[in-house]
Design a protein around this ligand. Structure first.
Ligand code: HEM
Length: 185
């Protein structure tokens, strides 16, 4: 994946566990300490970082991926990509509905991009079924964190569960998202 993903992971770890923890993680993963945002790194680099972080921080990889997804939606997205996120939508449903187009637009800046795909089906007033397709394995907890983070970002906290489905002939994951009003002013 593009270096900006690995860089965001570095920032997340440094903020939560400090720079020494990140140094140990990069050493253990046998990667560089920093990454160039516009350079394409093999996916194995990202997976090695997650595996090493799990060992160094003594936490399940699933929990780290979920936390990183939340961090991406609430911090990296709004702080580093506020313009594109703002143009994508103004609440959880509209952002998700326009996400494929948003990732596709990034293709001009990131020609090697291999983005996931999201289809959204509304299930009642505050429910969404989010169908996620990716050529990559193991990123379900990351998507859960991304969805929970979007809920918090837009003031509608999200309860997220998920199932693997093959109903329309393609194996993919569906996330059931229930949004609640946060009571925020
Ligand atoms: C806010 C701005 C965003 C930017 C700039 C962005 C950009 C990117 C980039 C560069 C990648 C790496 C793909 C590659 O290198 O081949 C990626 C992957 C991914 N993005 Fe986004 N993204 C954004 C928001 C989101 C949001 C809000 C979601 C979901 C709710 C999302 C879901 C994903 C997922 C799940 C992946 C992992 C790749 C996979 O599943 O195969 N992204 N994104």
């Amino acid at each position: 994946m593009y270096g900006l993903i690995n860089e965001a992971m570095r920032r997340h770890v440094v903020e939560n566990a400090g720079p020494a923890a990140w140094s140990s993680i990069a050493l253990r993963a046998e990667t560089s300490q920093t990454f160039a945002a516009l350079h394409y790194y093999d996916d194995s680099v990202t997976y090695a970082l997650v595996g090493a972080a799990s060992e160094v921080l003594d936490a399940p990889a699933e929990d780290l991926l979920r936390g990183f997804g939340h961090y991406w939606s609430t911090r990296v997205g709004p702080e580093s990509y506020g313009d594109i996120l703002g143009a994508t939508g103004t609440d959880v449903a509209s952002v998700l509905r326009n996400l494929d187009e948003m990732h596709a637009r990034l293709q001009s800046l990131y020609p090697e991009l291999r983005p996931p795909s999201f289809d959204v089906v509304e299930t009642g007033e505050d429910g969404l079924d989010v169908h996620y397709r990716s050529e990559r394995a193991g990123l379900v907890p990351f998507v859960v964190g991304l969805l929970e983070g979007l809920g918090d970002l837009y003031g509608t906290p999200a309860a997220v569960t998920h199932d693997a489905v093959a109903s329309d002939g393609t194996d993919h994951e569906v996330f059931h998202v229930r949004l609640t009003a946060s009571g925020a002013p």
